[in-house]
Design a protein around this ligand. Structure first.
Ligand SMILES: Nc1ncnc2c1ncn2[C@@H]1O[C@H](COP(=O)(O)OP(=O)(O)O)[C@@H](O)[C@H]1O
Ligand code: SF4
Ligand SMILES: [Mg+2]
Length: 341
């Protein structure tokens, strides 16, 4: 079955890295399913090492897929070959955290951007120069940027260049892997606004990866929370922010400062419960979050929680989501303002 509006469809993705001849492979992604629809932004969040970039790389054909399927626009691309990948790159692009390492320092911005067009068959010099200039202007860079080298630009400008390069071929889906994490807060907001405007103008879809829930909040329609390579919670952004059903989502949300003293007191209490629970052993068969979870009980150690649908329509992998969900007070998290729906 293919859904025309469904651009990306990842099912049961498992990725394992070989880490040594006599050591078991490292399972970085464990049975993850996710979708991105046309013109949708899906925020993929979780702390460092949770497998976010690995999912992005698997979609781009750059990670060792052990199990599962990846479809793009209804076509199975799980094991797409070199030629198919090249064709696919017109529709599927990526923006990384550190544009400096992905921009060739010996080529001008105009050469780098023009190359993308030539890869996709546009060879007329006038047309290439025209489209490069138009794109540079669109992402807010000066007209003379085309003749300059990456070293000439600030971090925020280089990220604008990376965005311009990704968009040159007019893709349908852009994987944004922590694209603003290395930028100052004020510059972050500008780049996020630019990405949002471009989405509307160019009808783009984003898979937006971030370790910080606050970053994806204003951009995402849906949120997926990852922990140790597994989906912990998945749902509409407004719902996940207002009433998180998974203890880990709550903790990620709590990482943002709270002005309310009562909320701070409740947070301190939960922290001390968490420390007490840190003694619980981590079991492969149980919940991966149990050692850090303030709600952990006996069953959490031995039975792996499956994704269940909550009363607010989210999916959550937690034996105790009902209690977690019921004790969440929307005011705790600043409610739904700012999320997209
Ligand atoms: N090329 C690799 N070889 C071995 N292990 C890797 C490789 N890339 C990532 N990992 C490991 O896989 C896990 C997930 O990494 P990653 O996907 O980069 O997480 P995130 O982007 O969420 O920080 C981590 O434990 C990381 O150390
Ligand atoms: S299953 Fe248990 S340990 Fe895991 S998040 Fe839920 S309450 Fe916590
Ligand atoms: Mg990463």
């Amino acid at each position: 079955m293919t859904d025309a509006a469904l651009l990306l469809d990842v099912r049961g993705l498992t990725v394992e890295y070989d880490v040594g001849r006599h050591i078991a492979p490292l399972r970085a992604v464990d049975g993850v399913s996710l979708t991105v629809a046309a013109r949708e932004t899906v925020g993929l969040v979780g702390e460092s090492g949770s497998g976010k970039s690995t999912i992005g790389r698997a979609i781009l054909g750059l990670a060792p897929i052990k199990e599962g399927n990846i479809s793009f626009a209804g076509v199975d691309i799980t094991h797409a070959g070199h030629r198919e990948r090249r064709r696919l790159s017109a529709d599927l692009q990526v923006i990384f955290q550190d544009p400096y390492s992905s921009l060739n320092p010996t080529r001008t911005i105009g050469q780098t951007l023009g190359e993308t067009l030539r890869v996709h068959g546009e060879t007329g010099r006038g047309e290439v120069a025209h489209r490069v200039a138009a794109m540079l202007e669109r992402v807010g860079l000066p007209a003379d940027a085309a003749g300059r080298y990456p070293a000439h630009f600030s971090g925020g400008q280089r990220q604008r260049i990376a965005i311009a390069r990704a968009l040159m071929a007019r893709p349908r889906l852009v994987i944004c892997d922590e694209p603003v994490s290395a930028l100052d807060l004020s510059v972050q907001a500008q780049v996020l606004n630019l990405l949002r405007e471009l989405q509307d103008e160019l009808q783009l879809s984003y898979l937006f990866i971030a370790h910080d829930l606050a970053v994806v909040r204003h951009l995402s329609h849906r949120i997926i929370v990852l922990y140790r390579g597994r989906v912990m919670e998945q749902g509409e952004a407004a719902v996940v922010y207002a009433r998180p059903a998974h203890p880990y989502t709550q903790i990620l949300l709590e990482a943002a400062p709270l002005p309310d003293p009562d909320a701070q007191r409740r947070r301190r209490l939960r922290r001390s419960n968490r420390r007490a629970n840190a003694a619980i052993a981590d079991a492969e068969n149980g919940c991966p979050f149990a050692p850090r979870c303030p709600f952990a009980i006996e069953i959490c150690r031995s039975v792996r929680p499956r994704l269940e649908t909550t009363s607010s329509g989210s999916l959550v992998a937690c034996h105790r989501w009902r209690e977690v969900h019921d004790q969440t007070e929307p005011t705790d998290t600043g409610a739904v303002t700012g999320s997209r729906s």
